[in-house]
Ligand binder design. Sequence first.
Ligand SMILES: NC(=O)c1ccc[n+]([C@@H]2O[C@H](COP(=O)([O-])OP(=O)(O)OC[C@H]3O[C@@H](n4cnc5c(N)ncnc54)[C@H](OP(=O)(O)O)[C@@H]3O)[C@@H](O)[C@H]2O)c1
Length: 351
Amino acid sequence: MERFGFILHPLDVRKDVAKRFAVLSILPLRWIDLLSGYFPPVYLSHVTGIRSALGDEAEGWLVACPLTPAAMMRFPLHRVYRQIIRAGQLAERLGARIVGLGALTSSVGDAGETVARELHVPVTTGNSYTVAVACGAVQAIASDQGKPLGELHVAVLGGTGSIGSACARLLCRWVGHVSIVGRDAGAVWRLVDSLQASAPATVSGTTDLMALRDADLVISATNSAGPLIRPEHLRPGTAVYDLALPPDVSAAVRELGLAVQVYSGGYVVVPGNPDFGFDFGLPPGHTYACMAETIALALEGRYENFTLGRTITPEQVLKISIIAERHGFRAAPLRGRGGALLKVPSCVGMV
Ligand SMILES: NC(=O)c1ccc[n+]([C@@H]2O[C@H](COP(=O)([O-])OP(=O)(O)OC[C@H]3O[C@@H](n4cnc5c(N)ncnc54)[C@H](OP(=O)(O)O)[C@@H]3O)[C@@H](O)[C@H]2O)c1
């Protein structure tokens, strides 16, 4: 039996805190943010029933780092690291032989490197498989929107980040135009220059979210603590693939209904009959791509630091895709136009 641990944290703060601490959830949000810096890690569940297509089995433990998204972004880095490391140590004590970093625990600071140095078991952010799943989704969305891939204009919001920049680098090989949308102009232009040097696609960059209006498809992958994409940033007919945790797309955009198609992404179907023992609000057997990477590495017996830091290579994306698919993981179908379920193809043939 292979063993993994995975660290989550509250995303929808009131709802998630209420799942374990109903009394705390009624406090003002800024109090919950503050207190989350002092709470110990929380045991969430024992994950059972994972059985790979090759017959390998895995069990795991879900552990919560209590920090809220706002606390994660605002607290001094050493306090944030301390809270994530304590959660990782709890997973180690429970028996994990590799620990995955969920949502913003993989984005803060040096993206897992400090946490990996402090734990006795290897660590992965899960971002390589998340990139693979997102690139497969672009193919599915292009066909749902009736646009040839080679003519698609894709804007990547959070494009200078770990997942955003790796998606942009791969998409430059297949789509017509890639826009990098970030908030640090220097970082945006450095990335644009490096992509232009090697990519057949047109590459542009900006710090202005209004540029999202020019795109056919927006991939959203920021580490913002709250939603960023509002209705005025999009034109009717734009598609948005939002993989950020917490989501980047505001409720007001979703209320636009058919005018803008929002695809919630970054989800994977896990092989076997998994019981996560915890409700993420996903259909049975579904989880986040970052957790799927952690489980796939455990099933493969690859107890090593796999994705750490902010640079993800195409080779890492290919390697984890091959491992995950061999064990029977599949990108979860997307809810497309008219509510139809879209199969998300593998990106293996394209990387
Ligand atoms: N669905 C899944 O399975 C899954 C898996 C892994 C991660 N995620 C989520 O994916 C997201 C990205 O993760 P990551 O590891 O790639 O994070 P990251 O490396 O920290 O990158 C985030 C990027 O977003 C940018 N950003 C933040 N606020 C912005 C704004 N207002 N406008 C434009 N850009 C902004 C940041 O810019 P600066 O560099 O200027 O700060 C950074 O470049 C996170 O929400 C994470 O929780 C989801």
